[in-house]
Each structure stands twice: as structure tokens, then as C-alpha cells.
Ligand binder design. Structure first.
Ligand code: ZN
Length: 503
């Protein structure tokens, strides 16, 4: 007898076949497609998106969910079946609560607003973008109301919840408040009492050599090239349609080896997570990543915690000659490690270092909250932005192009998204502290090129669990504690005092 649950899963897998096909075409568009393919590709993707949406909102799915919920009454809440139904129900609610005409209007406004935003940014003309920002905030508020404010929460939470289920503005405010104070304090300490690294790595190196090198490094930390690829795109990304086919991209500039290396290792961290999901559950919640924040924790953990450690450079430095001949012969592991950890407050989020990055995120989060609480008018965004850059980062924003117009997110309707970046950093530090508590210090292992011990631990504790728990519950389950900024603060303080030789 076929149960409603079986039918529900069969439909979900079918939808994933279609959705993952669209994902692959999206990857191809960024990595391989000839320029003139764009118009036809847009039509292909539009059709697939429409079909996926139709499958998502098929009324039969609502009936199957209701029946499956009945079938599973009394099942253990963390069983595969209960997890799948819980998360599919959530997806169903999200897909069907927002009225179709609002979905259509948002999609049109977002596409126009992105176009106008690009022009406004190029011309450093906030006034040009302002009417679009006003319209987007109004529409996003309506969307949040349609989705429904979570119990005890506020309007912003309905959007934040889309990217990190269970994330609440009030909890973030308190997490971020203590994190901000500590980070700003550490920044001042490094400035006042530290010795900045003497050299930054700007040696020109042939792209072909860099390509072999970053592939070697990503393979060493555990990205499996029999189940994945590495290509080039303007903005590096990871596209995982299923655990046996994970696509990474990176980018190369002659005199920026760190950009290629750390972009690759960041995306490899995302890729290792995708490859670590359970193939037998592909396309169902038990075979999918938990959230953006947890995904980001995996990329940051490999990029920052592992690959910006002294032990990592002790292992890697003697191997550089095999890729670059004598070009980096004058660089010691100490030089490279220090150069990889330079802290410098700057205007642009995507170029920020490990410490100040979080301050960039907090500025955006605070402004979003004020906008959604009705305590800030869109026209006052530039002034509020610049004031915070002065307070938190100690820098003057010279123009809106390098200020509040720098990110694409708001023009794309991605309100509620930014905090997931900093949550990723928090989770990474907390998970890594637990890994070391259980496995012992990892530095000696890294020095010998053993990254398998850590990766296996993450695979068992995080990757293979799929969506069994929501992000904060996963952190609690694995580490035995609530998400807590103290781990990140301690990790940064220990490393950066060392890098900056603060007594
Ligand atoms: Zn990432």
C-alpha cells in the first residue's frame, strides 16, 4: 500500500529533479555559457521556475501533507519521516501564504529595482534608487504580513525566518550587541598596541600556477573532485544540486593569490557540506542543508578557522615551490600567516577582513530593523549608514556608491538575509571549539596535512543530519550550549593578538 507520506516524498523528489536542473543551468550561465546564450537561457529558467512553483503550490500537495501528518501522529519528532513532513509543511505554508499578485508584483519590482540600483550605484546617485527602495520596503512589509509574524516576534522576523528558520530580531540584537562591543574593543586594542604585519602578498603569479595550487589546497581539505568541479566566475559561488555533483567557482587575479585561495577554500567549505549530505535523501529535507547560517558556518570554518591558522601555513608554505618555483621563496610561514590576517577597517563588506566583516553586517541589520519598525525613513538611510560606519569602524564614508548603495541585496528584495553571514561566523567558532574539545587540538594535525579528522567529525555531527534540527537547535545538540558569541570573540582575540604581537 502506498501511503500519503510515500506519495509526498515521490512528488518532492520529482520537484527536486526539476529544480536541480534549473540550478545546473544557472551554474552554466555563470561559468560556461557564451554571452549570446542569455536570452534563450532566461526563457529556459523562467519556464523551469514556473513549473517548480506550480508543483510547490499544487493543491494535491496540501492534501497529501494533511494526510501524512495524520499518518505520522505519534512518530518520534526527529525521525526521518517526521522531519521531512515538518519541513515540507513549512515550505508549503511559505509558498501558499503570499498572494499570487503580490508574488508577481515583487518579482517585477525586484528585477527593475536591481537594474536601477546598478545604475544608481555607478552614478553614485542615491536619489535615483530611493523610490525603488521605498517601494520595496512597502512590498516586503506586505509580504511579511502575509507570511505571518511568528509568535512573540515582530514584522522583520517573518522575513528573517525565510533564511534562518527560528531566527528572531530580538535575539540577534542581544547577540550582536555584545559581539559589537568586543569587536570594536579588539579593533582599538590592535590599533593602539599592535604591530601590523609588515608585508601584504601582492606578488604577481601566473594564473595557470594559481589554478593548480588552489585545486590542490581544496582537495587537501577534503573537497572530492570525483563528485565536484571547480570553474571560474566573476563572483565565486557553490552550486550543489545533489551530493554527487557539486559545482564550485573561484576567480583569479595575477597579484592576488589570497583572493583566489580564500575564495576557493570558502566555496570548498560550502561544497564539502553539500557533498556530506546523504545521497539517499537527496532533494528531501533530510538530505538538504539546514539554513544559510549553518551553510556559511561551514565555509567560514574552513576559510578562516583552518586556513588562516598558523598551523595551516606551516603545512602549506613548504609546498609553494612546487607550484610557483622560487617566486615566493622569500616568504616564511610566519609572513604568509600574518599577511593573511591583516585587519583593516574598510568601506566595502565583501572585501572586509574576518573581524570587521561582522561590523558591516550589523550596520545593515540595524538599518533593516529600523525600516521595518517604522523608525527610519528610506530617505534617511545614507545618513544612518554613514553615522554607524563612523561609530563602529572609525571611517568616513565618502559617497553612497561605497556606502549604502554597495550591496545588491535590498534591490533584490533580500531583507532579513544579512545576519546569516555573522551567524555563520558565530556557529563556526562554536562548532570548532566543540570539535577540539572532543578531538583534541587540531593544530598538530593541520601541520601534518590531516584535515580528515575534523572533516569526518563535521560530517557526522552536521552534514549527515540534514534538516533534522533547526539551526539554533543543531548548535545546541552538537555543542551542548545556546549560540553564543563568546567563542568567536575568544578565537579572534587569541589569533589576532598573536598576529599583531600584542603583549
Ligand atoms: Zn559563503
Amino acid at each position: 500500500m502506498t501511503t500519503a507520506y510515500d506519495k509526498l516524498i515521490a512528488k518532492t523528489r520529482e520537484r527536486h529533479l526539476l529544480g536541480s536542473t534549473a540550478q545546473l543551468l544557472g551554474w552554466d550561465q555563470q561559468a560556461l555559457m557564451p554571452e549570446q546564450g542569455i536570452e534563450f537561457r532566461a526563457r529556459q529558467l523562467q519556464l523551469l521556475a514556473r513549473l517548480v512553483h506550480r508543483m510547490l503550490t499544487d493543491p494535491e500537495l496540501g492534501d497529501l501533507l494533511a494526510a501524512a501528518n495524520d499518518e505520522l501522529a505519534g512518530a518520534a519528532p526527529e525521525s526521518v519521516e517526521a522531519v521531512n513532513v515538518r519541513e515540507l509543511q513549512r515550505l508549503w505554508d511559505r509558498s501558499t501564504r503570499v498572494p499570487e499578485d503580490l508574488v508577481a508584483e515583487l518579482s517585477e519590482v525586484e528585477s527593475l529595482a536591481q537594474h536601477e540600483w546598478a545604475k544608481a550605484r555607478a552614478a553614485d546617485d542615491f536619489a535615483r534608487f530611493l523610490p525603488w527602495l521605498e517601494r520595496l520596503v512597502t512590498l516586503e512589509r506586505r509580504k511579511a504580513e502575509a507570511l505571518g509574524v511568528p509568535e512573540g516576534g515582530e514584522l522583520w522576523d517573518a522575513l528573517g525566518d525565510l533564511y534562518e528558520t527560528g531566527m528572531r530580531a530580538a535575539a540577534l540584537e542581544s547577540l550582536f550587541r555584545s559581539l559589537r562591543q568586543e569587536l570594536v574593543g579588539l579593533l582599538e586594542e590592535l590599533r593602539a598596541g599592535g604591530t601590523p604585519p609588515a608585508r601584504s602578498l601582492d606578488v604577481p603569479l601566473p594564473i595557470e600556477d594559481q589554478r593548480r595550487f588552489v585545486r590542490f589546497a581544496s582537495e587537501a581539505i577534503g573537497f572530492d573532485y570525483t563528485r565536484g568541479r571547480l570553474d571560474v566566475s566573476t563572483h565565486p559561488f557553490c552550486s550543489g544540486s545533489q551530493p554527487r555533483d557539486v559545482r564550485l567557482t573561484t576567480r583569479f587575479t595575477e597579484d592576488e593569490l589570497f583572493d583566489a585561495l580564500y575564495s576557493t577554500l570558502h566555496e570548498s567549505g560550502h561544497g564539502i557540506y553539500e557533498q556530506g549530505l546523504r545521497y539517499e535523501h537527496a532533494g528531501t529535507p533530510m538530505g538538504l542543508a539546514v539554513s544559510l547560517g549553518v551553510h556559511e558556518s561551514q565555509s567560514r570554518l574552513w576559510e578562516n578557522t583552518v586556513a588562516r591558522s598558523r598551523a595551516f601555513w606551516d603545512w602549506l608554505t613548504p609546498r609553494l615551490g612546487g607550484f610557483f618555483g622560487a617566486r615566493l621563496a622569500g616568504w616564511s610561514a610566519e609572513d604568509l600567516w600574518r599577511a593573511a590576517n591583516i585587519v583593516q577597517p574598510s568601506l566595502i563588506r565583501v572585501e572586509a577582513d574576518e573581524l570587521t566583516y561582522n561590523l558591516h553586517v550589523m550596520v545593515r541589520f540595524e538599518l533593516e530593523l529600523l525600516l521595518f519598525r517604522g523608525e527610519l525613513e528610506p530617505r534617511d538611510v545614507p545618513a544612518a549608514w554613514n553615522e554607524r560606519y563612523r561609530d563602529y569602524l572609525g571611517i568616513e564614508v565618502p559617497d553612497d556608491r561605497r556606502g549604502c548603495l554597495q550591496d545588491v541585496h535590498w534591490s533584490a528584495g533580500l531583507f532579513g538575509y544579512f545576519p546569516t553571514y555573522t551567524l555563520g561566523n558565530l556557529y563556526a567558532a562554536q562548532l570548532y571549539a566543540k570539535a577540539e574539545a572532543e578531538l583534541g587540538p587540531q593544530a598538530e594535525r593541520f601541520r601534518e596535512g590531516d584535515f580528515t579528522t575534523l572533516r569526518t567529525w563535521l560530517g557526522e555531527r552536521v552534514h549527515r543530519q540534514g534538516q533534522r534540527w533547526l539551526a539554533p537547535d543543531l548548535v545546541r545538540e552538537v555543542t551542548g550550549a545556546d549560540p553564543d558569541p563568546a567563542y568567536l570573540i575568544t578565537a579572534l582575540r587569541t589569533k589576532l593578538r598573536d598576529v599583531y604581537r600584542v603583549a
